[in-house]
Design a protein. Structure first.
Length: 232
């Protein structure tokens, strides 16, 4: 569109901008119409295909899907090697003849064996009968014979538990008055080192002091020195 020659420059510029803007809008409209037409054509094609599938479902092609892989069962782990506990070889208690001064050692030996080999005993009575197998001579053999005689007379074994056996054993085979005997030995005049070594004398002295219940340091020193050889 031509403008009169006397048109102001500002108006001419504004009219030029408007013409350019209208041209761009027209171009965008054509592009939008083309996009819409393309989209409508695609939708029409898809609708036609769906209509054909509804009328004839056999046209539907199912892709060949490979079967899922067969999982093999997990390999069982081999069991961890078991650590075999090797039990130390146990020594049986010594034979017991009934001397009271050996009573403590024999009973301790029996109790230790039972503690370490508890699975070898079915019940309490079996522990007692096992211990009685070592009563082979002297006062101990006589006491064991009397125990079985009581069972024959009454029909009941006189000791039902290992604790019963320990109580009876202490009565018959432990020193009667350990404390009094130890005090009499330490307070007497016949307790000396004699032919013992210093170590043997010291061991004996410690046992007597423990049995007597002495704890005063000065008393212990005096008693120990009294029994030593004069030259030491």
């Amino acid at each position: 569109m031509s403008l009169p020659p006397d048109t102001p420059q500002g108006v001419a510029d504004a009219l030029g901008y408007l013409q350019h803007y209208l041209q761009k809008l027209t171009e965008r409209q054509h592009v939008s119409e083309n996009n819409i037409n393309t989209t409508l054509a695609a939708l029409a094609t898809q609708l036609q295909q769906l209509t054909q599938l509804v009328a004839n479902p056999t046209l539907l092609v199912v892709p060949n899907t490979p079967p899922p892989p067969v999982l093999s069962p997990p390999t069982s782990l081999s069991p961890a090697p078991t650590v075999r506990h090797v039990r130390p070889k146990l020594s049986s208690p010594p034979d017991f003849s009934g001397e009271r001064h050996n009573g403590h050692a024999f009973l301790n030996s029996c109790s230790l064996y039972i503690c370490l080999a508890l699975e070898q005993f079915c019940d309490e009575q079996e522990k007692i009968l096992w211990a009685l197998t070592f009563f082979k001579s002297g006062h101990a053999a006589k006491w064991s014979k009397n125990v079985f005689r009581q069972e024959i007379d009454t029909g009941v074994f006189p000791m039902q538990t290992w604790g019963d056996f320990e109580q009876q054993f202490q009565v018959y085979f432990f020193p009667v008055n350990v404390e009094a005997d130890a005090i009499n030995t330490l307070e007497g005049t016949s307790y000396h080192q004699g032919g013992w070594t210093v170590d043997d004398y010291l061991d004996s002295f410690r046992t007597l002091v423990s049995d007597a219940g002495y704890t005063d340091p000065w008393t212990l020193v005096v008693k120990f020195r009294q029994g030593l050889k004069l030259g030491i």
